[in-house]
Design a protein around this ligand. Structure first.
Ligand SMILES: Nc1ncnc2c1ncn2[C@@H]1O[C@H](COP(=O)(O)OP(=O)(O)OP(=O)(O)O)[C@@H](O)[C@H]1O
Ligand SMILES: [Mg+2]
Length: 688
């Protein structure tokens, strides 16, 4: 399989580089898994990160946003025209006051109207008032559109991040990731804000002002106008160039500081145990100091550029006034013209300066978006469906998810097969090889079959590779692939099949919905116990949740809590004991009603009696179900149809409990070690 390890594809900058995913199978046809192994958004492909980010924003722009932004743009144009023309009315008013004459305006059809100074002043004020009022309305339109875009993008980002491969999540720093997303979203707001409120109106206003000056005034003023626009432009370009690097540094430093803080907060308990408050504070302050220094550099560059812009402003205004005064003195220009020039020069300065600030902000917003764009350009897990297609059927309905994926031979087989024999999955590991790091194999050719309705147990020492088997089954990772691009020089990674279908040919959702897992380390959501139990089957009735809780022997415990099933479990479930968390996890898996159960040390945190009780229930729940059990305590797996003994990534023994004991190998030795003088556990006799 050429798309051997798409799960772990990362940019080349990461320390452990791996085989990139190929997009076609040996037959030259893209398999289902590889088809989905594409960048987050096709739009991103072949573009810089920023272009990708803009494409992403466009993709998330819905009708609501378009309507509001369209209306905002319209108001922007009206406002700009009003603001651009109001000074003309003022000029005529001033001229009219000087001469006592009304201004005659020719209309189409040969008619003419006379506008007195009072009316002109009213027009001037009305224009200014309307432009301000429309400006306020723009804020409403823009604000609502911006928040909707924020919502759409945030949803998309979370969806994307969650679908990134495990290898990404093991390397990530939660705080840094969080900050990257927050900054990126803020960056989008900055860009949108300036696009609507600065770039567009300023450009329109400049065009109008230019046209009016050209129509009414001496070409000297047009030259001054063009000259000052050019000077402003040069100052802004310089500003952007100087600001982009410190902006990136600020962004990086801020992300680091945030990662540092989050890490400390997550480890509060450990910090207290080791009285390490001072170290933690110092570590954080080092990060903050760096961030502060970068901000200082940023503000310095920004201010220096502001000073340059102020010089351009003074020179342009000075030149215009000088020319105006000389023209009025020479009698070439009226006082009204002079007022007009002055009004325009002042009016032009504000938008020009806003434009400059906008360019600097845009540079800074863009630097902030870059990191997020990088994140969005990372490849998702292969086989994961795009956001729109992702849904979780409430029950054991694997065919719906399979349908969502494009119809392939494999998914059809799956649906037909599973629909007919729901609740009885057959699982095959076929010479599976796997390594997290190149050259360090963790699984070295594992083969076993869990027949329909059978229970297989995997036992073995710590680090033998037991949990890795489950990660492969759930496709958090994929088996090794051929190392060469030629598709055949390395060792094959083997195959994992569910009901005869390679798991790589199944949509991820369908695969994961078919399996309920009680993981080795249970982490809960900071929500109610009911929410955490119902997580595998959203929308199920309270009665079902309670039934599952009873099965997991946690119902009475929950009822004794002040808020019962509404008790909030704390971050990562910290307010529950290890055993309670594990039981919530068992209830959650039981409720999922899967085709295959997987228990990874599911009862390791429980005392022997509770373990015994739960085990009885687990056996009852999974009776007739295909089950894979991992355990250290061998007494918990004696009922298994087959026990597999794993040692350093190889299966060294397999058979029933009694057969393995008779064999007198590693299993028998482990059994005897665990049961020396141990009267609590089951005796061999009891099992026989
Ligand atoms: N993400 C990872 N990157 C690199 N090595 C890893 C990673 N996860 C696990 N390993 C290594 O792979 C080996 C097998 O780990 P695994 O979790 O499968 O062991 P296990 O049999 O479940 O052990 P235990 O009984 O302690 O849970 C270990 O040596 C472990 O250090
Ligand atoms: Mg493990």
């Amino acid at each position: 399989m050429p798309h051997a390890r798409p799960v772990s594809t990362e940019p080349a900058s990461t320390p452990h580089t791996r085989t990139p995913p190929a997009r076609t199978s040996a037959e030259g046809r893209a398999p289902a898994g590889a088809r989905a192994a594409r960048p987050a958004d096709g739009a991103n492909e072949g573009k810089g990160p920023l272009a990708g980010a803009v494409a992403l924003a466009l993709a998330e722009t819905d009708g609501f946003i378009r309507a509001r932004l369209g209306a905002a743009v319209f108001l922007v144009l009206v406002t700009a025209v009003l603001a651009g023309l109001a000074p003309v009315a003022l000029k005529y008013a001033v001229d009219g006051l000087g001469t006592g004459q009304a201004r005659t305006v020719a209309l189409t059809g040969g008619q003419a109207v006379a506008l007195g100074p009072g009316l002109l002043i009213a027009l001037y004020l009305g224009g200014l008032w309307a432009s301000r009022t429309f400006g306020e309305m723009r804020w409403y339109l823009y604000g609502t559109a911006d928040r909707r875009l924020h919502r759409n993008l945030s949803r998309r980002l979370l969806d994307h991040v969650i679908k990134l491969p495990m290898s990404f999540h093991l390397d990530r720093k939660t705080g840094a990731l969080n900050q990257t997303l927050v900054q990126g979203l803020a960056g989008y707001s900055i860009l949108l804000n300036h696009a609507i409120f600065t770039l567009l109106p300023v450009l329109v206003e400049l065009a109008i002002i230019g046209a009016v000056i050209a129509a009414f005034l001496d070409s000297g003023f047009v030259l001054i106008l063009i000259g000052s626009i050019a000077a402003y432009g040069a100052a802004f370009t310089l500003g952007v160039r100087q600001i982009i690097r410190p902006s990136r540094a600020v962004s990086t430093a801020q992300v680091d500081a945030f990662a540092n803080m989050t890490d400390s907060i997550l480890n509060t308990e450990t910090v207290k145990y080791f009285t390490a408050e001072r170290e933690v504070k110092a570590r954080y302050d080092t990060a903050l100091k760096k961030s502060e220094a970068e901000w200082r550099r940023f503000y310095l560059r920004k201010s220096l550029n502001g000073v340059l812009v102020a010089c351009v402003f003074a020179l342009s205004l000075g030149a215009a006034i000088f020319l105006g005064v000389s023209q009025v003195t020479a009698g070439v220009m009226t006082v009204g013209d002079f007022v007009l020039v002055n009004a325009y020069m002042l009016q032009i300065v504000k938008p020009m300066e806003t434009l400059g600030a906008a360019f600097r902000d845009i540079a800074y917003g863009a630097a902030f978006i870059e990191k997020m764009a990088d994140l969005m350009a990372r490849e998702r897990e292969p086989g994961s469906l795009p956001e729109a297609d992702t849904h979780r059927p409430p029950t054991r309905n694997i065919s719906a998810a399979a349908q969502a994926a494009q119809e392939s031979q494999a998914t059809q087989t799956l649906r037909g097969d599973m629909g007919a024999a729901a609740g009885a999955g057959e699982l095959v590991f076929d010479t599976v090889r796997f390594s997290y790091l190149p050259g360090k194999p963790v699984l070295k050719g594992i083969s076993f079959t869990v027949g329909r309705g059978k229970t297989v147990a995997i036992v073995g020492g710590s680090g033998a590779g037991k949990s890795s088997i489950i990660r492969l089954l759930m496709r958090l990772y994929d088996p090794d692939g051929p190392s060469g691009a030629d598709g055949g020089s390395g060792e094959k990674g083997g195959d994992i099949r569910l009901n005869g279908v390679s798991t790589r040919a199944l949509p991820l959702d369908a695969l994961r919905q078919a399996i309920a897992i009680v993981p080795q380390d249970t982490v809960l959501f900071n929500d109610s116990i009911a929410y955490n139990i119902a997580f595998g089957r959203p929308g199920c009735a309270r009665g079902e949740i309670e039934r599952a809780a009873k099965l997991a022997h946690i119902h009475d415990r929950v009822m004794a809590m002040p808020d019962g099933y509404d008790t909030i479990v704390g971050e990562r479930g910290l307010k529950l004991s290890g055993g309670e968390k594990q039981r919530v996890s068992i209830a959650r898996a039981a409720l999922k009603n899967p085709q295959i159960f997987v228990f990874d040390e599911a009862t390791s945190s429980l005392d022997s009696r509770t373990e015994r009780d739960i085990l009885d229930n687990l056996i009852a729940v999974s009776r007739g179900m295909t089950t894979l059990v991992i355990a250290h305590r061998l007494s918990t797996v004696v009922h298994a149809d087959t026990i597999i003994v794993l040692d350093q990534g190889r299966i060294v023994e397999r058979g029933s409990h009694s057969a393995l004991l008779q064999q007198g190998g590693l299993y028998a030795a482990m059994w005897h070690t665990q049961h020396q003088g141990n009267t609590n556990s089951l005796s061999e006799k009891e099992i026989a």
